[in-house]
Ligand binder design. Structure first.
Ligand SMILES: Cc1cc2nc3c(=O)[nH]c(=O)nc-3n(C[C@H](O)[C@H](O)[C@H](O)COP(=O)(O)O)c2cc1C
Length: 133
């Protein structure tokens, strides 16, 4: 099989220096939503109490590309990779984001409703097992 078509899942947690505002999260959501749609990246990003937790799934090449950008992003620090592994099937059918008052995005940006509604949280996913502890 061509290496570039291998499906990969990656998860990490990180901290922010300052609390990210609603507008700050909105910018992150809009940018990531469009990018991830374009590169067929699925998963979930959670922001709460100055901490991020994220799962991204997609073709290895797309995941490597976005992961190197995420690691260089100055909006967060103490990035801790939790898992990075080949997968056969995706655990998420879309990419979405959860942050304080993210449900309000629907009012202002109906085009992005998919990113904040019907969040998928597969409880058996390694990220959620770690977050539950
Ligand atoms: C916690 C966190 C998660 C991010 N997740 C994504 C993501 O899933 N997809 C994405 O395209 N950018 C994500 N970004 C933004 C990237 O770090 C980077 O700013 C962006 O991809 C640059 O896009 P561009 O190359 O189109 O300018 C994230 C940033 C942070 C701080």
């Amino acid at each position: 099989m061509n290496k570039n078509t291998q499906l990969v899942s990656l998860s990490y947690i990180s901290n922010t220096v300052v609390d990210i505002s609603f507008l700050g999260n909105l910018r992150l959501l809009a940018h990531s939503f469009l990018n991830n749609q374009k590169y067929n990246i699925t998963g979930l990003l959670i922001y709460k109490n100055k901490q991020f937790a994220q799962v991204i799934e997609g073709d290895e090449a797309a995941i490597e590309r976005i992961w190197s950008k995420i690691q260089r992003d100055t909006r967060h620090k103490d990035i801790q990779l939790l898992s990075k592994e080949p997968i056969v099937n995706r655990s998420f059918t879309k990419w979405s984001m959860l942050f304080p008052e993210s449900e309000k995005v629907v009012e202002y940006f109906p085009d992005m409703v998919e990113a904040v509604n019907d969040l998928e949280m597969p409880v058996n996913h390694p990220l959620f097992k770690i977050l539950a502890n």
